[in-house]
Design a protein around this ligand. Structure first.
Ligand code: PLP
Length: 433
């Protein structure tokens, strides 16, 4: 494959954009090659500016559950744009969007639209702190909740496990208010609550972790979080920015039967446009301005184009529940195909999968159920696998610690091709060893 145009354009971008990209992972740093720049995409196919074609398993990092440039969504955006792109005033489609989300997401009784997942989580946290009158938040190591200061925290060492900033610019004062526990470690959560539970406003969790590669919640983990938060009067925030409307019509909360107090959403609800939302129990949401004292606002919040795209996507998902079983069948086929290739080639790797999400970890352990197990993966092997896949027309997220997404647009032939490409890559890697 020729990548000449991408190489040139990336060099050009680096002169005017930090690192050449507007979100760091796009620079392919962890796979050691320059990124391809995209020209266009349709359905499950994505095309770069050198004219190369790939089967896409990134789905814009999750939003495009219906595939690229889905006709109904493109039409809705066009029709809406002709009527004006922003009014900064209430519109009916915002109410329709709220009604649709509330109908689909079991725990949500009231919902506020924002412009990104980051905005959703930082606003939900402010609300949780205000509602409980407490300042601490507990998050899990390896979970990602966007880039607000409070969440850019690593677990600290020492008795109190207060967090430490994992980015320059995050103050120690902010980090002090974030506790970090290992994912799937209920005992660690219990210990933290036993020490300081009366000061914890909320636990925020990815009910299925998708940002350290795919890591599933172990049996009893989410139930345990619900119990502990109830016991200590803290709120449980499900960050369903990835899992919402993906793992089921009602997200992870419907799948696992858990009733969180607040839910953050994003990605799929924008239909490919920039959107986030947070919602939950009416009693909590009522404390938001203008009815209550907790401030949060947005010039472009509830933007008509984003609402039109997102509502169209949600309506399609809501009206066609069979989409979810088809997505899962395709992902299971992919995961099983990969597992057979891994066994046949004697590769040290394993596959985690749930619904339409999956990650192949180059890992010689028995399982990946925690951040520590995830980071034990061989990132050099992944980089090699990534490049071989790209050259074979498979577009993957350029990091071992990301999740692959199957979309409604993937055909059975696409899945078969991806299994074959995986086999070829693993064989080549074995030969080079
Ligand atoms: C992507 C993501 C976010 C952040 O959303 P942005 O729209 O990128 O700000 C938050 N939480 C989770 C779980 C995510 O995957």
């Amino acid at each position: 494959m020729n990548h000449q145009n991408s190489i040139q354009e990336f060099e050009r971008a680096r002169k005017t954009i930090p690192g050449g990209v507007n979100s760091p992972v796009r620079a392919y740093k962890s796979v050691g090659i320059p990124p391809v720049l995209i020209d266009h995409a349709k359905g499950a196919r994505i095309f770069d500016i050198d004219g190369n074609e790939y089967i896409d398993f990134v789905s814009s990092w999750g939003p495009l559950i219906l595939g690229h440039a889905r006709e109904e969504i493109v039409e809705a955006i066009k029709k809406t744009a002709e009527k004006g792109t922003s009014f900064g005033a209430p519109t009916v489609i915002e109410t329709q969007m709220a009604e649709r989300i509330i109908e689909m997401m079991p725990s949500v009784e009231s919902v506020r639209m924002v412009n990104s997942g980051t905005e959703a989580t930082m606003s939900a946290l402010r609300l949780a702190r205000a509602f409980t009158g407490r300042e601490l938040v507990l998050k899990f190591v390896g979970n990602y909740h966007g880039h607000a200061d409070s969440f850019l925290i690593n677990a600290g060492s020492g008795a109190m496990t207060f967090g430490v900033p994992n980015s320059p610019g995050v103050t120690k004062a902010t980090a002090k208010n974030t506790l970090a526990a290992p994912y799937n470690d209920l005992q660690a959560v219990e210990d933290l609550f036993a020490k300081t539970g009366d000061k914890i406003a909320a636990i925020i969790v990815e009910p299925v972790a998708g940002n350290m590669g795919l890591v599933l919640p172990q049996k009893g983990f989410l139930e345990g979080l619900r119990e502990i938060t109830r016991k200590y009067g803290a709120l449980l925030i499900f960050d369903e920015v990835i899992t919402g409307f993906r793992l089921s019509r009602g997200g992870a909360q419907a799948l696992f039967g858990i009733d969180p107090d607040l839910t953050t959403m994003g990605k799929i609800i924008g239909g490919g446009l920039p959107v986030g939302a947070y919602g939950g129990k009416r009693e909590i949401m009522e404390t938001l301005a203008p009815d209550g004292p907790v401030y949060q606002a947005g010039t472009l919040s509830g933007n008509p184009l984003a609402m039109a795209a997102g509502l169209t996507a949600l309506n399609i998902l809501n009206d066609n529940p069979q989409i979810y079983s088809h997505l899962e069948q395709k992902a299971i086929k992919l995961a099983d195909g990969f597992r057979k290739n891994i066994a046949d080639t004697g590769t040290k790797a394993l596959v985690n999968q749930i619904g339409s999400m999956l990650t192949l970890f180059f890992n010689d352990g028995q399982q990946v159920t925690s951040y520590d197990e995830a980071v034990a993966s061989d990132t050099k092997k992944f980089a090699e696998y990534f490049s071989l896949s790209l050259e074979n027309g498979i577009y993957l997220a350029p990091s071992q610690f990301e999740t692959g997404f199957v979309s409604d647009a993937h055909t059975d032939a696409d899945i078969d091709y991806a299994i074959k490409a995986n086999r070829e890559a693993l064989i080549k890697m074995k030969e080079r060893e």
